[in-house]
Design a protein around this ligand. Structure first.
Ligand SMILES: NC(=O)c1ccc[n+]([C@@H]2O[C@H](COP(=O)([O-])OP(=O)(O)OC[C@H]3O[C@@H](n4cnc5c(N)ncnc54)[C@H](OP(=O)(O)O)[C@@H]3O)[C@@H](O)[C@H]2O)c1
Length: 330
């Protein structure tokens, strides 16, 4: 059993604990919060769990792996100190705000002989293997991926507040929060794009509310749409020389139906997990057990490509975070 520590006490940490429990590979050990009150509230249904309000004490405690689900711009420094304390680290997506931070964490994790993971839950869904195998002998002609969901933080934004997810200080915005899912799906299926462009509806602080972009691959384009002030119910589509593959979504992929050029339909049978974070939780544990070294390297590289692409996209749209230097803004 991996002894699990948690940073961040919002709903997503509860969800990860549910998935971790379902995987039967983790035991919740410790929780860090800025305040005792929210730490106590967070652990109230989990039995006797150690709680900490001091990061140093939390990281010195007896645990193997830390799950970080704090606002985006805090991930990098929190992951760094956790790695220095020789803990394996799972960082919620987006793991970093700038691509060089990911490279630094990869190097640090290697030096300290711990594993580093980005919790990009859709990347670890088994559905992609079947979809990639289905597409293998077809010529790709394009794709359209969408992930847009009206945020529960919109009312606060409209009331004049600045929730973390819309803040330049905390590296927020639609692209970083939800756009990362279509980018992960594209990189999982098609690899590194040659070019990346993004246009967005932006707040005065430059943070994007919704937007549409394009990833260029040799011979085809992936168009994507994301947003936090709109809802989209569009399926995902992949176009080939033989027909169109429709997916219900690019995350929690539960249905994949191919319609050939004559209109004949064929379903790819998929078996989605019982919880959207279960497959990633199983994967992290498998890697730590030493069972998936090749997959691990592949996931590190995919994350690196994703962060390079996200950076190009936000540069293209003129989305700037408080931690960006003048070099980042060029
Ligand atoms: N995989 C998924 O499906 C999924 C879904 C939602 C979110 N996420 C990711 O999870 C992360 C957290 O998202 P969220 O919406 O839960 O964020 P959030 O509510 O803004 O913050 C998460 C936690 O971080 C701590 N925190 C909040 N503001 C802080 C501040 N100013 N300084 C230091 N700590 C602060 C709080 O815990 P304490 O008060 O206990 O310190 C809070 O519970 C993000 O990276 C997001 O992208 C992933």
């Amino acid at each position: 059993m991996l002894q699990l520590g948690i940073i961040g006490t919002s709903f997503i940490s509860h969800e990860f604990i549910k998935a971790a429990k379902l995987s039967q590979k983790y035991s919740l050990r410790a929780v860090y919060s800025r305040t005792l009150t929210s730490a106590e509230r967070f652990v109230q249904n989990y039995g006797p769990i150690a709680i900490y309000t001091e990061m140093v004490e939390f990281l010195s405690s007896d645990m193997d792996i830390v799950y970080i689900a704090s606002p985006n711009s805090l991930h990098f420094n929190q992951a760094k100190v956790a790695i220095l304390a020789r803990k394996h680290v799972i960082i919620e997506k987006p793991a970093v705000s700038r691509p060089e931070e990911w490279q630094e964490l990869v190097k640090l994790a290697e030096e300290h002989q711990v594993y580093l993971f980005e919790a990009a839950r859709n990347y670890h869904e088994k559905a992609w293997e079947k979809i990639a195998a289905f597409l293998k002998n077809q010529t790709l002609l394009g794709a359209h991926f969408t992930y847009a969901k009206y945020s529960s933080k919109m009312p606060a934004l409209l009331a004049g507040q600045e929730p973390n997810v819309f803040s330049a200080k905390y590296a927020g915005g639609a692209l970083m929060d939800l756009g990362i899912y279509p980018i992960y799906a594209a990189i999982k299926l098609f690899g590194a794009p040659l070019e990346a462009h993004y246009q967005a509806q932006q707040l005065p602080n430059s943070i994007d509310l919704n937007g549409a972009g394009q990833l260029t691959y040799p011979g085809f384009q992936v168009h994507f749409q994301t947003g936090k002030n709109i809802n989209s119910f569009l399926p995902a589509e992949i176009y080939t020389n033989q027909g169109t593959l429709s997916l219900n979504s690019i995350e929690e992929v539960g249905s994949a139906i191919f319609k050939d050029l004559d209109g004949q339909e064929k379903e790819i049978p998929l078996e989605p997990a019982s919880h959207p974070m279960l497959e990633e939780a199983r994967y992290f544990a498998r890697v730590i057990e030493g069972k998936d070294p090749a997959d691990y390297q592949e996931a590190l590289t995919a994350a690196s490509l994703v962060h390079q692409t996200l950076f190009k996209l936000r540069q293209d749209a003129g989305i700037h975070f408080e931690g960006d230097t003048d070099d980042h803004k060029r």
